[in-house]
Design a protein around this ligand. Structure first.
Ligand code: PRP
Length: 218
C-alpha cells in the first residue's frame, strides 16, 4: 500500500467501466485510464494522489486483503467465493445478477437435485457450491471449470452447474433451466482492514461521495 496515495483495484471488464464511471461522477477521475489502447497496468492521478489498476476479478480481494490496494471494486460472487479478510463497505447497485443451480429440467433431474447424493457440479465457484449443498446435506463432486460452464451438462461432464445468470440468455440458448436459486449478487466496494483506520478520512469521504452519486441515480 502506497502511503500517500489511495490505491484502487478494479475487476477488469464491464465492472471496471461501471466503477470508473461511478468514481468519475463522484469526483475521482483518472484521465490517463480513459485511453483504451494503452497497455499500461497502473494509472496515476498525481493531482489527487490516486492510483488505479485493473486485475482479474478473482484477484481483486487478494490485492485488497494484502494491502496492495486500499480499495477494491468486485462482484459479490468473487467476494463470496474468495472469503478474504476485507471490509465490504458499499453495494454499488450495478452488475446485478443471481447465482443459480441450473441444468436440464427433467423429472429425474428435479428428484436428483432435491434428494440425490454425489451430484456432479461444474462451476467456477467451488466454495459457493460446496457451502450451498452442505447446507442442504447433500454430497457433491466439484468439477472446477474456468468458463463456458453451461457446456458441462450438455456434453455429460456434470449433472448440474452452479453459475451466475444475468439475462438468462446463455441458459436459454443452450436448453438449460434455472432449477434452484442460491442468491442475489451485485458489485461491491471493499476496503483493506488497515487502510480503513489509517486512511479513514479519505475513505469515509469517498464512501460519502459514492453514496451521494448512487442516490442521485447517476
Ligand atoms: C457469465 C456466466 C454465464 C453468463 C451468464 O459468463 O458464467 O456463462 O455470463 O450471462 P447471461 O445470463 O446474461 O447469459 P461470462 O460471460 O463471464 O464468460 P465465461 O463463461 O467465459 O466465464
Amino acid at each position: 500500500m502506497s502511503e500517500n496515495y489511495l490505491t484502487f483495484a478494479l475487476a477488469k471488464g464491464r465492472l471496471a467501466d461501471n466503477a470508473m464511471k461511478l468514481l468519475k461522477d463522484s469526483g475521482v477521475s483518472c484521465p490517463e485510464m480513459e485511453n483504451k489502447n494503452s497497455r499500461k497496468l497502473i494509472f496515476t492521478n498525481e493531482e489527487y494522489k490516486y492510483k488505479f489498476f485493473l486485475a482479474k476479478a478473482s484477484d481483486v480481494p487478494v490485492y485488497v486483503e494484502r494491502g496492495a490496494a486500499d480499495v477494491g471494486f468486485a462482484g459479490k460472487d468473487t467476494l463470496r467465493e474468495e472469503h478474504k479478510n476485507i471490509c465490504e463497505v458499499l453495494d454499488l447497485g450495478f452488475g446485478k445478477c443471481r447465482i443459480m443451480v441450473a441444468g436440464y429440467d427433467t423429472p429425474a433431474n428435479r428428484l436428483k437435485l432435491a434428494h440425490g447424493h454425489n451430484l456432479r457440479i461444474a462451476t467456477k465457484y467451488p466454495n459457493i457450491a460446496t457451502e450451498y449443498f452442505e447446507n442442504k446435506n447433500q454430497s457433491i463432486e466439484i468439477i472446477k471449470l474456468n468458463g463456458s460452464v453451461e457446456l458441462a451438462p450438455i456434453v455429460g461432464l456434470s449433472d448440474f452447474i452452479v453459475d451466475i445468470v444475468e439475462t438468462g440468455t446463455t441458459l436459454q440458448e443452450n436448453g438449460l433451466t434455472i432449477l434452484e436459486e442460491i442468491g442475489e449478487l451485485s458489485a461491491r466496494m471493499v476496503v483493506n482492514t488497515a487502510s480503513i483506520k489509517i486512511k479513514n478520512h479519505q475513505i469515509t469521504n469517498l464512501i460519502r461521495n459514492l453514496e451521494k452519486t448512487l442516490s442521485e441515480g447517476r
